[in-house]
Ligand binder design. Structure first.
Ligand code: ADP
Length: 272
């Protein structure tokens, strides 16, 4: 029984593209609707939820009937602009159906690095939560590019979601992925891989157990999830990595059931 999870009140939930898209490139409407249902019900239970959702480019490709990701940056950003609108349109409708209002927060790295705009972002999140709105966050793919003297990209939504936990002072980050948790080797390749129940610290040896993603849509694979865990543990907060196949799993894990891999500081009493 993971008692500490039952007490989480402000929770950041991140879904990867592979959670909301079918492998054939179409949008998984069933999954998106179930996710909206679960998060709405958690909100009804009195919890504060923030959703970080990938998928702008995936949804944009589906919308434009494209099978391949374009190669040029302007084309990719155009697809992201189309996809982000459609992504929010879908979330907005699903959440509205369950009685909840959403608000879109698109972030770039420079905003977070610059103290005044970071403070403004934190205040915006706070206002949305005070107003009982569910913030839906994504990297602003339409403008964020890696430029020499102007670094605007987070690069991946795992790291972004850990930063969202940091600036909103949330208790818990839940990463919903295409895998049940963190294993001692990539389970998509090795059938004898063993799932970790709990991890207390991220070291070089931990990173050595992660390899590239096995899916078409996966971006960062396990490495970026470990970087996210490192940020979360430094904050003395907790991160849970589990499979997003059935979003109702969130109800069980927030009741303390030992699901997925929990990244938690050594001294549980020291949780912030
Ligand atoms: P998402 O799209 O949810 O962000 P990714 O596909 O990017 O997820 O990353 C998850 C993938 O990481 C898994 O499907 C798996 O192929 C890969 N992986 C690599 N090493 C590990 C490991 N040690 N434990 C679990 N998964 C791993």
């Amino acid at each position: 029984m993971r008692q500490s999870l039952t007490q989480s009140n402000r929770i950041v939930i991140k879904v990867g593209t592979s959670t909301i898209m079918y492998p054939n490139g179409s949008i998984n409407l069933q999954r998106m609707e179930k996710l909206a249902f679960v998060l709405s019900d958690l909100k009804n239970q009195g919890k504060q939820v923030i959703l970080v959702s990938s998928g702008a480019i995936g949804v944009g490709l589906a919308r434009m009937n494209l099978t391949e990701r374009p190669v040029t940056i302007p084309e990719q950003q155009a697809i992201a602009a189309i996809g982000q609108t459609e992504l929010m349109n879908l979330y907005s409708q699903f959440f509205y159906h369950y009685g909840h209002q959403v608000g879109q927060v698109l972030l770039t790295k420079d905003v977070i690095d610059f103290p005044v705009s970071r403070e403004n972002t934190a205040n915006t999140f706070e206002q949305l939560l005070i107003k009982n709105v569910i913030p839906i966050v994504n990297e602003n793919d339409t403008v964020s590019v890696e430029e020499l003297d102007h670094l605007t990209r987070f690069g991946d939504n795992d790291t972004l979601s850990a930063i969202v936990l940091e600036i909103t002072d949330a208790d818990l980050l839940i990463l919903l992925s295409d895998i049940d948790g963190f294993y001692d080797k990539n389970p998509m390749i090795h059938t004898d891989a063993v799932l970790f129940d709990t991890i207390h610290e991220i070291t070089e040896d931990t990173y050595a157990l992660a390899s590239d993603p096995g899916t078409r849509f996966g971006t960062g694979g396990m490495t970026t999830k470990l970087s996210a865990a490192q940020i979360v543990l430094e904050e003395q907060k907790q991160m849970l990595l589990t499979n997003g196949e059935d979003p109702t799993i969130l109800f069980r894990l927030l009741k303390g059931e030992p699901i997925g891999t929990l990244f938690t500081p050594k001294q549980n009493g020291a949780l912030k």
